[in-house]
Design a protein around this ligand. Sequence first.
Ligand SMILES: [Zn+2]
Length: 250
Amino acid sequence: MLQTMTDRHRRQKLLPWLREDAQQRIYDSTVLIARVGGLGGPLTQSLAMAGVGRIVFYHDGDLLDEDLHRMVLMDPDGVGSPRAPQARASLERRSFPGARIQGFETRITKTDAERWMREADVAIGAAPTYEERLMLNDAALAAGKPFVDAAMYDDECHLLCVHPQRGACLRCLVPEPPEWRADFPVVAAVSAAIGSLAAYQVLRILAGTDEAVPWGELVRLDVAETVMKKTRLAPRPGCPACAARRVRHA
Ligand SMILES: [Zn+2]
């Protein structure tokens, strides 16, 4: 258990939902996240700064100069080097003393997701591919844990918080991974916006003060129009991820 050795988090503990007990739960928590790039980078940075005790992430590939316009955890001197160690070093500098950061230089696999969800309190999808995000969705529900999914394209963002026991999941919405465009349009102001919104929901979940979390609702943020809308999703009959959840909680 991490101890409150400093008052680094004093100002955030002024929030009514984030008192001492809630902060302690955040210190004691573990999150699993796929990708710490343009969206996952600011998301994970917010979690580290807020005092999350253990962050496990997966992010493959070497840093390109063209990554630096959006990937806040990367080092401009690290172009040509693997991205995961740079992100880990950046998160360690920002973390609460005693926090553990584990970064893997590969893309997450089904085995990884299932293994870590035995320990993690929340799974977080911040990857551009549906393969990775659906893998986390399935592993989280099979383990009886919540899953927070965030994504963006151009000026539009989406956020979905999947409850461990009820409501629709990401696979209800997207049964199989569609084709996607790797070279998608992105500006950091948009990817960081949805990353921050997702980080807030993760903190509410970890704090145990999740009454306001929009479970099972698809949150759409149109940054160009400055409009945010929520739509409650209907669980899809026959969804295998929801079926696994029902078996677990039967
Ligand atoms: Zn489902």
